[in-house]
Design a protein around this ligand. Sequence first.
Ligand code: MN
Length: 261
Amino acid sequence: MPEPSVLASLVAGLHSGSIRIVDLTSPLSSSTPVIQLPPPFGQTAVFELEEISRYDDRGPAWYWNNFRSGEHTGTHFDAPNHWVTGKDLDDVASVPVDRLIAPAVVLDFTAEAAEDPDFLVQVDHVKAWEADHGPLPPGGWLLVRTGWDARSITQEAFLNADEHGPHTPGLSVECARWVAEESPVIGLGVETVGTDAGRAHSFDPAFPCHSYLMGSGKYGLTQLRNLAVLPPTGAVVIAGPLPIVTGSGAPARVLALVEGP
Ligand code: MN
């Protein structure tokens, strides 16, 4: 008998349940949390539906909506041109499709973030993880789990802001630089509203994940959920941002394939 093709094996695995699909995407609605910048900066829009017709005089047999949304609303993909450091690099429609299906590793800092909402992942944390699990995957995603997805119920809990600004976990400046410039991954995925820590507006450079990753032609994925279900290594992420021509990012359906029961 000939060897089954790789795609036939994939389909058989999906059918038998030996390969599972995990939805890493936060549902999009008008209550999906969005980032809030201090004045005088412009603000992103929340997601909004505008009904065109619903089996009524405006369209007796059909239901449909227009929608309004920021590019960076909900689970979304940051393209390199999102930041000034990557302004001449790819827009979201130009990201090569072979970057949209890639291996992923998950580093779990839930305990640290529960203890300290301003927790910052350091290069040494990543190197300690690599000592246990092997090197970060070339061409893959570094996904940082912090348990923050449980807070996405309300904007207030998700942004966790006080008079000094938001308090949410992220990467240190040096770790952001290292992931962008020295590690083999194509991007960073997080559970928070953006790839940078809540306090990153005061870092040098400000918003170092955005600054270094976009400047290196790398990507961001935000507001991921269900990272708890993924193994530390071996998952495959399918990230599908809308191909908004000239866009700086887009809401994305993000799925992971995992092996095992
Ligand atoms: Mn973004």
